[in-house]
Design a protein around this ligand. Sequence first.
Ligand SMILES: [Zn+2]
Ligand SMILES: [Zn+2]
Length: 373
Amino acid sequence: MGSFVFTEAEPGFIAFAYIGWQPPRCLDLKAVLLRQPGRSGGVGAEVADVPVPEIAPGELLVEMMACGLCGTDVEKIRGEYTASLPILGHEAVGVVAQVGEGALDFRKGDRVFPHHHVPCHQCYYCLHGDETLCKEYRRSNIHPGGFSEYFRVPAWNVGKGGVLRLPQGIGFAEASLIEPAACCVRALDKCSVGESDVALVVGAGPVGVLHAILLGQRGARVMVSDVSEGRLRLAERLGIENLVDAKAVDVSEGVRKLSEGRGADIAIVAAGSPQAVKQAAGAVRPGGKVCMFGVPPKGSMMDIDASELYNSGLTIVTSYGATEKDVTSALDAIGRSRDRFSQVVTHSFPIARFDEAMGVATSGSGLKVVITP
Ligand SMILES: [Zn+2]
Ligand SMILES: [Zn+2]
């Protein structure tokens, strides 16, 4: 039997506690969740015990095997990202643990990539090729997120073709690159990169090197710039040629050398800073394209001379997210260069060591950081 006592939890507050009381034993999985607003400690993430999600008809319960830590997760944790629901982890792959009634295409034990955002395929935006701008796209998600031992995939995602079965032979760490690589594929398709195009990638982080590998597969001549020597060294190990240290070298001059003095046909900005966009604009040839891929912080402004922009015939292309078509192409691309893609993952940490994973991801001392159960 327990006994009642008064405890002083916080100055000025008397808490009433029943000693001997135990929490109900339904808290049985670990997940990294965003700290709720108003909780002590401010914004951030925490490893929490949450109940195993219950699934409804048409849904899947997936046991997570790997989930990449994305730059947007870092932004969400810092309270800087507001583009979609505040759910952490969207690059998850795993094994189907339970199949909801009626989800006939899947079996327990299937190795899958469940896409967190799935469009409706019917609205004006979907029918005009802008599926990632569909209202339903950002509304859909996996629960409680990808950094969870188990997560629920809603019937919407399952029914609309958002769950991809992984072929034999692809490892979970490589497969966790499907989502970020699919976003890159979409951006490159939007820019219609052609064979022998000269492409500049601004930023040698995980997404920058994914772009470089995919551009190489398409036959483009690639140059990657970064201000971090460490990241350039890591990119070098992946066999990426033409790496430039943007602190020491004028990037636009370097690109001109590679393109008979013209400038790049396309520059991909794999960084969120408006300065990087400006730098990219200065490095492309007249009539070239700048792709804004990295997510700029809310409210950040860009100062570009409008008359120069007009006279240079430049096209600015933005790209957000990926569709199932992009996901399929990404899986195919990973399959064609497995060695190189697998080297993009430089670190992995279990859920319980999420803080360390954040440390590596924000220090730039590695490329892709992956969370495992
Ligand atoms: Zn991502
Ligand atoms: Zn739609």
